[in-house]
Ligand binder design. Structure first.
Ligand code: KG4
Ligand code: ZN
Length: 333
């Protein structure tokens, strides 16, 4: 089966053609990132307009570059949420129009499930029915879940305050780095000492033991930045490396603990922050120590993209055009 995937939940306009749920035959990705940079965050109105402008050109390029004609496509899968409502609606409208014009099945996809599914796209027969732990860490979400098959997840823990990517973005801003802060922090951290500053993560007395709280570390960075007065390149590098290392350890420890306590021998991770090299290395090391198989997407499928939507769309039921609605507040379970 050949699926066209459409992703427009935030500032990335992603389209991809995926065969059999795992072979990416072609993909197009454009972002309105540069237009948001001066505001230090995504402006929904600008992002929605950009999707409208980009979608048709990207589709033409995708069909031309893959030499695939609409008649060969079986279904159109599209992100229904969570995301910015105006942005989601542009993807929905595009999917409905294509479904009608080409007479194709329409499949709504949960963006968070798609991030997790991306971890399996390198494998034609992933163990999707086995008990698994899933971790989604992106700019908008932090969720640790138990997975019992495709799209069947139950929440174990989430963030009490900032999502992991959001914390990277805010600390990047405090350190005078560009937006988004995640990749910038990773870049400058290469020249820094991860033990230069110590951050402690508060132990939470109530709620789930798998919940995350990163606002304490973020505030500690703010105080140290104020104390320092001027931000020398070495201070920024040391702070970036120390922050990154603390957050990575917090994420890795909680995730591995969830695997151990659930008796799961598979872990799937996804979302923009999974592009972080230090996190990837530490997850691989920690999983190897406890004999958990780590499923992790290639870099091209970590941040928002159309491939993960098409891949997951292969497995889900189709709906009518009327049933295809955007759900901006959709959760992971
Ligand atoms: O999944 P994604 O593209 O969009 C959402 O669904 O939110 O994730 C974007 C987030 C941003 O917060 C960005 O700073 C973070 O992923 N990110 C990273 C890296 N690359 C992207 N964080 C840390 N290290 C990276 N290399
Ligand atoms: Zn995302």
């Amino acid at each position: 089966m050949l699926v066209l995937g459409i992703e427009t939940s935030c500032d990335e306009t992603g389209l991809a053609l995926v065969a059999d749920g795992h072979r990416v035959l072609g993909a197009q990705l454009a972002s309105s990132l540069l237009q948001h940079q001066k505001y230090g965050g995504v402006i929904p109105e600008i992002a929605s307009r950009a999707h409208v402008e980009l979608l048709t050109c990207e589709l033409e390029t995708l069909l031309e570059s893959t030499q695939i004609s609409p008649s060969q496509i079986d279904r159109v899968a599209v992100t229904r949420g969570p995301g910015l409502s105006g942005c989601l609606l542009t993807g929905m409208a595009a999917a409905k129009a294509l479904g009608l014009a080409w007479q194709k099945e329409l499949v709504p996809v949960n963006h968070l499930h798609a991030h997790l599914y991306a971890a399996f796209m390198g494998d034609p027969e992933p163990p999707l029915r086995q008990r698994m732990i899933g971790l989604v860490i992106s700019g908008g979400h932090t969720a640790l879940v138990r997975m019992d098959g495709i799209g069947r997840t139950s929440l174990l823990g989430q963030t009490r305050d900032d999502a992991v990517g959001e914390a990277f973005d805010k600390v990047g801003k405090l350190l005078g780095l560009g937006f988004p802060g995640g990749p910038e922090i990773e870049r400058v951290a290469r020249e820094g000492n991860p033990s230069a500053f110590r951050f402690t993560v508060p132990r939470m007395k109530s709620g789930s033991p798998y919940d995350f709280s990163l606002s304490g570390i973020k505030t500690a960075v703010l105080y140290k930045v104020r104390e320092a007065g001027s931000l020398t390149p070495q201070f920024v590098a040391d702070m970036a490396a120390s922050f990154q290392s603390s957050v990575v350890e917090e994420v890795v420890q909680k995730t591995v603990r969830a695997c151990r306590e659930a008796g799961a021998v598979h872990l799937a991770v996804g979302g923009g922050v999974v592009a972080n090299g230090t996190l990837r290395r530490r997850l691989a090391e920690a999983c190897a120590e406890v004999a958990v198989r780590l499923w992790i997407p290639p870099l091209s499928l970590c941040t928002d993209n159309g491939g993960m939507v098409a891949g997951l769309g292969h497995h889900l039921p189709a709906v009518t055009s009327k049933e295809l609605t955007a759900i901006p507040e959709l959760g992971v379970s």
